[in-house]
Design a protein around this ligand. Sequence first.
Ligand SMILES: Cc1cc2nc3c(=O)[nH]c(=O)nc-3n(C[C@H](O)[C@H](O)[C@H](O)COP(=O)(O)O)c2cc1C
Length: 185
Amino acid sequence: MSVLMSLPAAGAPPPDPSGPPARASVDPDVFRRVVGHFAAGVTVVSTELDGVDHAMTASAFTSVSLDPLLVLVCVDKEARFHDAVLASGVWGVSILSASGRRAADWFATKGRPLVGQLDQFPYHHGATTNAPLLDGALAWLECRNWAVYDGGDHDIVVGEVLDAGLDDRDAAPLIYFRGRYGQLT
Ligand SMILES: Cc1cc2nc3c(=O)[nH]c(=O)nc-3n(C[C@H](O)[C@H](O)[C@H](O)COP(=O)(O)O)c2cc1C
């Protein structure tokens, strides 16, 4: 498959910023397949709100800044985690190892029960935010909301890192690539 893009000719004036926005011409399915070629790690982001633990698989996670310490996750506005994290103002990140595939599948399953959804996985509540953190994670962070930016059908939730830690096992990470899980070989 090839994807053609039209670029302005060299020396052409830049587009008029006051003019109408260019209409997106990339088919959404092509877009999904293209961005699926960006191999990503897999996390479970989580929060606790009014005594209920929320958790969701997320690969749109990245570090942002060292000073201050910031990370971000892009959260679907329709996801239950979305309203929960905006209300609680704090969240946890469990970075999954290759053995976390079952957790990644489960926390991406639509319609799973909200209450008790973590029960089948060993976890603990973070000391700083009370967000649930998976015991088998490679590494974890606890964050508080720093800023929330509109990102179309997602919100970009930037978190200030309050606490973080590593597992000492030298385990392989879980990777998501072309719509499939894999691991580094
Ligand atoms: C590998 C993988 C990565 C995902 N990454 C994200 C993500 O970064 N942001 C997001 O909002 N949803 C992401 N999703 C989808 C959510 O995990 C899924 O829609 C989940 O069921 C939402 O939680 P809810 O059912 O409690 O609303 C991802 C799913 C998979 C399988």
